[in-house]
Design a protein around this ligand. Sequence first.
Ligand SMILES: [Zn+2]
Length: 499
Amino acid sequence: MSDTLVDYDEILTRYEPVIGLETHVELGTASKMFCGCATTFGAEPNTQTCPVCLGLPGSLPVANAAAIEATIRIGLALGCRIASWCRFARKNYFYPDIPKGFQTSQYDEPLCTAGHLDVEVDGETHRVEIERVHLEEDTGKNLHVGGATGRIHGASHSLVDFNRAGIPLVEIVTRPIPGTGAKAPEVARAYVSELRDIIQTLGASDVRMEQGSLRCDVNTSLAPVGSLEWGTRTETKNVNSLRSVERAVRYEMRRQAAVLDAAGRVLQETRHFHEDTGSTSPGRSKEEATDYRYFPEPDLVPVAPDAEWVEKLAAELPELPVARRARLQQEWGLSATEMAWLVNAGALGLVDATVAAGATPADARKWWLGELARRANDAGVELSELAVTPRQVAELTRLVAEGTINDQLARQALDGVLAGEGDPAQVVEARGLAVLGESDELVAAVEAAIAGAPDVVAKVQGGKVQALGALVGAVMKATRGKADAATVKRMLEERVVGG
Ligand SMILES: [Zn+2]
């Protein structure tokens, strides 16, 4: 089934998008939300379970204090109001991956409310209002076996892994975000990116989208330009990369515009995003809150954070990404545009760490945004996924600054580092990459170049000094780039033009 799509540039002539994001973050606590089970990712299925997280009769939950603290810190970093008293609630629904027949969540009494997060896209700031940040537990994981796709269709049977059931999950819900126009997909992406950076800075989660510790549901709706009411929204579930967030919004805008153009009605439903095609397909029609028959959880005491404790947590928040960017921009003397490049390339933390390891800011930027960005791009990976550390990049820049290697040799040294041959100095040693000094080998190469090109020598001696470049090139080639060009030029001049 393929959807009719409207050209993206055309949509905005007729419709205004409104987006909204619900982000689930698995907290990095050592134990689960309501029991003492471990939370290690990738353990053997069903080895991290107990009567509480399996929902066995008679078991009683106890709330994880570290998870409550982490949620309050996230709320504080987003400028939220922290409840002085709130409760957990049961969200009732039946699904094989929730053993209790309900999920312990928060409903009308969330821990944090009314915050905001400013995100920047192309130099423009968009304020995203945060409606609520609440705490709940994750579900288990269904595994559909026997089919080609891992989806339930075509599977012969399904298995459930309850290791994830009960891991603390923070849900961060934005208010609807109007007024983003054509930038809606980028604002959605920038929001998730900024939120991820904040949570990482807080150390509350490893926020790995590919492992599902940060998952996004993306709401999108369109309304005719000038309309006083917003359109019907769809909710695209579990979008698991920043790029996919942007693509999911873009796709839904194009699809919904076509539905509305044909005088159709956009259905309020959840949709699935498909990485391979960048498209969405219908899931279930969306439940209303009343379908879940929420009621306060009778087995847990209310959460009543002490005001002094909350103030202390607020005072102890680390430097947040926006403040850090402002500080580094000033320290490194960058323009706003240069800073934006660095951030968009995902290089800010890497450059900072490289500078901390001893490189100059200019050198660190040059390597991460130049050679390393090119290699990451060629390999189709993020900069941070390259097999080179900031410390190794700093060492590379030091070897260049000391004159042990030149830029060309440094690129070869980098080949070795990326191939797992060790640190730059080791690779330089093992591959024999050091720049040749005025050694016998270099003298021989210079003299061979002169002997091999009497016509060029004649030209230079006849006054065409720039012809010397051909000889420099010949020496560089003969020494496989290991010579220092300035030294070679000087040695040639001494011999051809006369010192
Ligand atoms: Zn357990």
